[in-house]
Design a protein around this ligand. Structure first.
Ligand SMILES: *[C@@H]1O[C@H](CO)[C@@H](O)[C@H](O)[C@H]1NC(C)=O
Ligand SMILES: *[C@@H]1O[C@H](CO)[C@@H](O)[C@H](O)[C@H]1NC(C)=O
Ligand SMILES: *[C@@H]1O[C@H](CO)[C@@H](O)[C@H](O)[C@H]1NC(C)=O
Ligand SMILES: *[C@@H]1O[C@H](CO)[C@@H](O)[C@H](O)[C@H]1NC(C)=O
Ligand SMILES: *[C@@H]1O[C@H](CO)[C@@H](O)[C@H](O)[C@H]1NC(C)=O
Ligand SMILES: *[C@@H]1O[C@H](CO)[C@@H](O)[C@H](O)[C@H]1NC(C)=O
Ligand SMILES: *[C@@H]1O[C@H](CO)[C@@H](O)[C@H](O)[C@H]1NC(C)=O
Length: 808
């Protein structure tokens, strides 16, 4: 034994007796006094959380000694940091692990007791464990996995006793306003618990299985209340919520974190050297997270700058540094003088508020709705929204508070804000409106594009994983979809009532097979044949004309409930440029879908019969882009259509396009899997993106490509499936539509008249050359081979709309 070793032991004994603790870490020694897991994956120690403020924490071990941006996964004392002098973490001989501040007051402890020798160790899972020093059969007295803060690690379980609480901000680790927890009804929920109001923002009340709408996506019946993330990237919860990351199947470092902005994200990385990327998140639309923008303000989301809060016209910030505190009225309207003559209403398009409806009224005129609001002292405005797909009536909701507002181009309704009637007021407001807004601090993170279930690799593990991933995706889809597409009715807290209102108001329902057989006169009038089955015209018992799609008969093993779950989801897609679904039938082997019927048929029919002048074509291009943008981006970036073509775009009596057959690739996927036949989801020759052919990653950009081809077809009148006949010298050869147009542009761009050379001769010269050029350029950008260069559908919409604005 060397002298130095003896010295060390003496020192240890002295220390031991002096502190009557068996082990201690000091804040003053924070670079050495750390606990590192065996494989160095995690480190525990004191972490600086502010000026002279430290918390005892666990983080992913990092190379840099600088403890300023480590990835923290747990904290002992997040809400009560300790001083940078004299604070210690000590394991007492009584068996209690305590954290003391400079003044020796106990800030945090494990409240454990044991007379046996104990040991504190950090596992490679990130779990800090206090256990009896007994190798054979040691008892765990305490473990950090039982007390999560904002992060759940693989192998850690969220239980009925635990919850995740977000941190306050990106730099402030104390408890914030968002919680992920199991509610009394066994459902895993996200709650915003702000200083003044609180509300659940995920899942939506109507996604639980016992609601009348019966979307069947969450179950209240399993009371085990556990959820966990596995190392492959799948999060499962006992309420049957399944969430699969985009990189599912690979062993990576992973963590699931309830971020300070209220979203739950799963992050992954290869190792210490790499930075984290987001491989999945619970909510796609940041503005649908509650509490982002405070009362009397609206949230809007810009893909580039992030989400932004704006005060309503006539309102001013309560704290202009913090949008979450909201706005207060800059006027007075007391009950005594809120008479009919004292109020006026300002229309705000595309604005929607969550909850606090005084009531829900169907088929009111605007005047009636306004009067409802005027007569109610507390009414601060009303939502008045036309429902195209559901009976073509207006819905009216007077509001008594304006919370969780959001503004989004795809929300087609308007909000009418109550303001005092002063002649100059609205003008003042208009001036104010220009250029105010507050960009919330956003945590910009690199995002992976969602993979889409695509190709079978026979028998391999990869296939199994993708299969599982695909199903997870479908389920997950449900949660996002429902949020976006359901109606506004379910906005107060009474779940059962809302489910009922929903079912009644939408008319979406289940049909009997015999009923549909009768409606179609025994499936006699076939009007089309698309993916998955034939389409028949039928007249329902209430005299509505419907298009009834009869899917290929169900395969063995396909459960009705799975079909129903998905149909319920598709049925709720609600956008004026998507075809409306009225219901479905699932009886024995029969699977049918009931859609609204479009008198004017498909875009393909209309193009071939030369029905479409330039204006109509432009509107169809714009409307189709809006419908697809809604599918891709507004809520669910991974609802891909996968088969955009003129046959799948229907035209209503006003020549507005409605995209049909969306969501079907999802429905058919499972059949295909069982069938070992993937060919059907690959779209249609001529419209297919190169990714399908080259077997690369399938993202929403496949639809962008197909859209581009459809637009080129509308412009040129030439079909991409037949090829272009051109005279090249003496030879006649076929060339692809895309390359043909691209070449025309390349050659004609100097001359400045390339558009004229490609336009459908049937249009003559009756079109706007500038607009046509924009449209053709957008279409060519959509059909670029490299998918990352193609615009997104919402960028397409923006470009087409901005052209309209500049020219009007
Ligand atoms: C974090 O936020 C809390 C609550 O607002 C505040 O009390 C605390 O001082 C903040 N901590 C730091 C380090 O800024
Ligand atoms: C950590 O912070 C340092 C200095 O503030 C910075 O240079 C470094 O890039 C940061 N690392 C990461 C991974 O953010
Ligand atoms: C370890 O624990 C077991 C059961 O608690 C006990 O029977 C055994 O004696 C302990 N061994 C030691 C070395 O303390
Ligand atoms: C409840 O959920 C747990 C965890 O997901 C699962 O293991 C268990 O089988 C479920 N119980 C029932 C009755 O479905
Ligand atoms: C929002 O505006 C209403 C009146 O329009 C007002 O009563 C309420 O106090 C405002 N909310 C806040 C947080 O100021
Ligand atoms: C309404 O009454 C309040 C005080 O009760 C007054 O300040 C305000 O100017 C009145 N508004 C109108 C439009 O008369
Ligand atoms: C809506 O109300 C008007 C007049 O009150 C009535 O004529 C019309 O039939 C109603 N529409 C529906 C779909 O109920």
């Amino acid at each position: 034994m060397s002298p130095s070793q003896i010295f060390f032991i003496l020192l240890f004994l002295l220390f031991h007796f002096h502190h009557s603790s068996s082990f201690s870490l000091s804040v003053e020694n924070l670079e050495q006094d750390i606990i590192v897991s065996p494989k160095r994956i995690f480190t525990a120690g004191f972490y600086p959380v502010g000026e002279n403020a430290y918390s005892f924490a666990i983080w992913f071990t990092q190379k840099h000694k600088h403890l300023n941006n480590a990835t923290i996964v747990w904290m002992a004392n997040r809400d009560q940091p300790v001083n940078g002098k004299k604070s210690t973490l000590s394991l007492l001989k009584t068996g209690n692990l305590i954290l003391t501040d400079a003044a020796q007051s106990i800030v945090w402890s494990t409240n454990t007791a044991s007379s046996k020798p104990l040991q504190l160790s950090l596992r490679d899972t990130g779990n800090l464990i206090l256990q009896e020093r007994n190798n054979s059969n040691s008892i765990i007295l305490w473990q950090s996995f039982d007390f999560p803060t904002d992060t759940l690690l693989p192998q850690q379980t969220l239980t009925r006793f635990t919850k995740l609480i977000s941190s306050r901000s990106q730099t402030n680790y104390s408890s914030g306003f968002y919680k992920l927890f199991f509610d009394n009804d066994n459902i895993l929920r996200l709650l915003y618990e702000g200083p003044k109001v609180s509300s659940v923002y995920w899942p939506d009340p109507w996604t639980t299985s016992n609601g009348a709408a019966g979307s069947g996506s969450r179950s209240t019946y399993n009371s085990s209340r556990i959820a966990s993330l596995d190392s492959f990237g799948s999060f499962t919860s006992s309420d049957s919520f399944v969430f699969t990351t985009s990189d599912y199947g690979t062993l990576l470092q992973r963590r699931l974190t309830l971020d300070h902005d209220g979203n739950v994200r799963v992050y992954s990385r290869k190792g210490e050297e790499q930075s984290w990327f987001v491989s999945g998140q619970f909510r796609q639309q940041p503005c649908f997270i509650h509490g982002v923008c405070g009362p009397n303000s609206t949230c809007s989301n810009d893909p580039l700058t992030g989400r932004k809060c704006s005060c309503l016209p006539g309102y001013v910030w309560i704290n202009d540094q913090d949008g979450s505190q909201g706005c207060k009225p800059n006027f007075e309207l007391s009950c005594s003088n809120k008479s009919r003559d004292a109020s006026q209403f300002l229309a705000l398009d595309h604005v929607d508020f969550y909850g606090y409806d005084y009531g829900f009224y169907v088929n009111k005129t605007y005047k009636e709705c306004e009067e409802l609001c005027v007569d109610l002292c507390d009414c601060v405005g009303f939502q008045y929204t036309f429902t195209v797909d559901y009976g073509g009536v207006y819905w009216c909701y007077p509001k008594i508070q304006l919370l969780n507002g959001h503004r989004s181009q795809s929300f087609l309704g308007s909000f009418y804000l109550r303001l005092p009637k002063r002649s100059d007021f609205v003008d003042e407001i208009r001036i104010q409106e220009n250029g105010v807004g507050m960009v919330c601090s956003t945590n910009r993170v690199e995002k992976l594009e969602r993979e889409y279930l695509k190709k079978k690799e026979n028998g391999s593990l990869k296939f199994m994983l993708w299969f599982a991933g695909g199903l997870g995706g479908v389920e997950l889809l449900g949660f996002f979809l429902v949020w976006c597409f359901l109606f506004r009715s379910s906005k107060n807290s009474n779940e059962d009532n809302n489910g009922y209102v929903l079912a009644a108001a939408t008319g979406f329902r289940r049909f009997n097979y015999s009923e549909l057989k009768q409606a179609t006169k025994g499936f006699s009038q076939e009007i089309g044949c698309g993916a998955g089955g034939k389409v028949y015209k039928g007249v329902l018992s209430d005299n509505r004309i419907a298009a009834i799609k009869r899917l290929h008969e169900a395969h063995h093993g396909e459960s009705e409930s799975e079909f129903l779950a998905e149909v319920n989801i598709i049925g709720r897609l609600n956008h004026m440029n998507l075809i409306g679904m009225w219901g479905y039938c699932a009886e024995g082997k029969h699977r049918l879908l009931v859609y609204e019927y479009m008198e004017k048929g498909t875009l393909a029919d209309n193009l071939s019969s030369n029905e479409l002048d330039w204006g109509k074509r432009y509107n169809i291009a714009l409307g189709t882009a809006k419908g697809l943008a809604y599918l891709h981006e507004e809520c669910l970036e991974w609802v891909l259509h996968c088969d955009i073509k003129p046959q799948n775009i229907l035209v209503d009596s006003d020549y507005q396009p409605k995209v049909a057959d969306f969501g079907l690739s999802k429905l058919l996927n499972r059949d295909d899997l069982n069938n070992s036949n993937f060919s059907r989801i690959r779209g249609t020759r001529g419209y297919m993106a190169p990714e399908w052919v080259f077997n690369s990653q399938i993202t929403s950009k496949v639809d962008v490509y197909s859209y581009g081809v459809v637009v080129l077809e509308m412009i040129t009148g030439k079909s991409p499936t037949t090829g272009i006949q051109i005279k090249d010298g003496e030879e006649l050869c076929h060339e692809r539509l895309v390359t043909w147009v691209r070449e025309k542009r390349r050659k004609g761009i100097e001359v400045g008249c390339w558009v004229e050379q490609i336009v459908d001769p049937a249009l003559g010269s009756n079109y706007d050359v500038k607009k046509m050029e924009t449209l053709a350029n957008v279409a060519l950008d959509c059909v670029v081979e490299e998918k990352d260069i193609r615009p997104t559908m919402s960028q397409v919409v923006e470009r087409l709309l901005s052209h309209d604005e500049h020219n009007s």
